[in-house]
Design a protein around this ligand. Structure first.
Ligand SMILES: Cc1ncc(COP(=O)(O)O)c(C=O)c1O
Length: 446
């Protein structure tokens, strides 16, 4: 017998939530519903619970609210757009806000990336980029290039393409291979040589040579694209070793393989430049974004494409060039949110602020070194990973217990495996750093 409350009568009491209809994503549903953690409102660097407890947001939501919560300019822009035109199709139709937003985005992208394809999420951006890569080779008569290469511990969302090239075991093992013709290079995590690196680790450029090995194994003329995150986020903040991205780029160029950067986390100022490609000065052929694109106010993603790739599609007859798109590609409300977000980023210098705040953030993060069970601290821009020694026989428990303690004390962090990941909003100030690391170090100590 379903004990669920009548619609409209649902409260947030534990008794109601235990039978709630909401099947929560990436959540231990039964555990959560016995002891829910709820957020009811947000502003700037903070959330508030339904009981009005103030929670410092150490993760900008899910690495996405880069300008801080509930920015009035974004809220008003969305309200205005929804009232003026709630929806318009972008299949064989258009609306001005979409064109304006794409244009504005192209202006902050690295040179030569003047084309933008809109999606609704990071997962859709990953699958879109992979499909564009495959179709690009076909458009040029290289249909033998069908293989896609990802990296162990990579995360490219949960759709079939992104899952297949992704390298987080739990996200793959329940679903089978997803897509044929996929292989992976090894990850770059090397705590034996790189533990407690500040910024890019010194060791590991040679991990990029794995790609050369796969080229030999598969024949490079069968490989369409390689996809990596410039800094791997979801698998525990893995910063690329010095020279690593450059070497991947060289190998791809040598073999005519497209290099895709997944910038869903690293895009929009997280590393101290608009995009990771600019921060590391390594240019991919396509890059994916989402999250900070609209400050997460309205779901949206975008794939940035090099001009030459776009041009390859614009040959021949003038029919539909790419049989791909989403009902909500360039949704007016998302474009309005994105335009307002971009104005805030630019007016407040947020696309480069992570670089200014990085030294203070780094100092605070590395201040955790020496606390019980802290086996690594790594950081870049406004992202840090704090890795803990797993409890024997109970992996992930140590980090999750700290997560719970932090929430009790007014701090939201994120954990992945036994790594704590921090990615505060780019508006963070020293007083927030003090509060964040004060609560976190106390929780780690206990
Ligand atoms: C690098 C990367 N790619 C893709 C995704 C998937 O994005 P979404 O959850 O919006 O589908 C994420 C989400 O965290 C991500 O970090």
């Amino acid at each position: 017998m379903n004990k669920r409350a009548e619609p409209g009568a649902i409260s947030t009491s534990t008794a109601d939530l235990e039978q709630a209809a909401f099947w929560m994503p990436f959540t231990a549903n039964r555990q959560f519903k016995k002891a829910p953690r709820l957020l009811a409102r947000a502003e700037g660097m903070y959330y508030w619970t339904p009981e009005d407890r103030k929670i410092l947001d150490g993760t900008s939501g899910l690495w996405c609210v880069n300008a801080g919560h509930c920015r009035p300019k974004i809220v008003q822009a969305v309200q205005k757009q929804v009232a003026q035109m709630d929806f318009a199709p972008t299949f064989q139709m258009g609306h001005p806000v979409a064109f304006e937003f794409a244009e504005r985005l192209a202006r902050i992208a690295p040179g030569g990336f003047s084309r933008v394809f809109f999606t609704n999420s990071g997962s859709e951006s990953a699958d879109t980029a992979l499909k564009i890569a495959l179709a690009y080779h076909r458009a040029r008569g290289e249909s033998g290039r069908y293989r896609l290469i990802g990296r162990e511990r990579g995360y490219h969302g949960v759709n079939f393409g992104g899952m297949a090239v992704g390298g987080i075991t739990a996200n793959r093992k329940f679903f089978g291979p997803g897509v044929a013709g996929v292989d992976h290079i090894r990850h770059t995590h090397d705590p034996a040589r790189n533990a407690f690196s500040k910024g890019q680790p010194k060791h590991g450029v040679e991990f990029a040579d794995e790609l050369e090995r796969l080229c030999v194994l598969h024949d490079p003329s069968t490989i369409a694209a390689v996809i990596v995150e410039p800094v791997a986020g979801s698998a525990g903040v893995l910063v690329p070793p010095l020279g690593y991205l450059e070497r991947l780029r060289e190998i791809c160029t040598r073999h005519g393989i497209l290099l895709i950067f997944d910038e869903v986390i690293t895009g929009f100022g997280r590393l101290g430049k608009p995009f990771g490609a600019q921060r590391f000065n390594v240019m991919p052929d396509l890059f994916t974004t989402a999250k900070g694109l609209t400050n997460a106010t309205v779901p949206m993603g975008a794939v940035f494409v090099k001009d030459a790739i776009f041009e390859a599609f614009m040959q021949g007859g003038e029919g539909i060039e790419l049989f791909h798109g989403y009902t909500y590609s360039a949704h007016p409300a998302a474009c309005a949110a994105g335009l307002a977000t971009l104005s805030i980023y630019q007016d407040e210098g947020l696309l480069t602020r992570a670089k200014e705040m990085a030294p203070a953030f780094e100092k605070a993060a590395h201040g955790l070194r020496g606390l019980p069970n802290v086996i690594d601290v790594r950081n870049y821009g406004l992202v840090a990973g704090i890795e803990l020694e797993p409890i024997a026989g109970s992996p992930t428990k140590r980090a999750f217990d700290i997560y719970l303690k932090c929430f009790e004390r007014g701090l939201l962090i994120r954990t992945t495996g036994d790594t704590i990941a921090l990615s505060p909003a780019l508006i963070i100030e020293q007083k927030h750093l003090d509060e964040l690391f004060g609560i976190l170090s106390q929780a780690i100590r206990e």
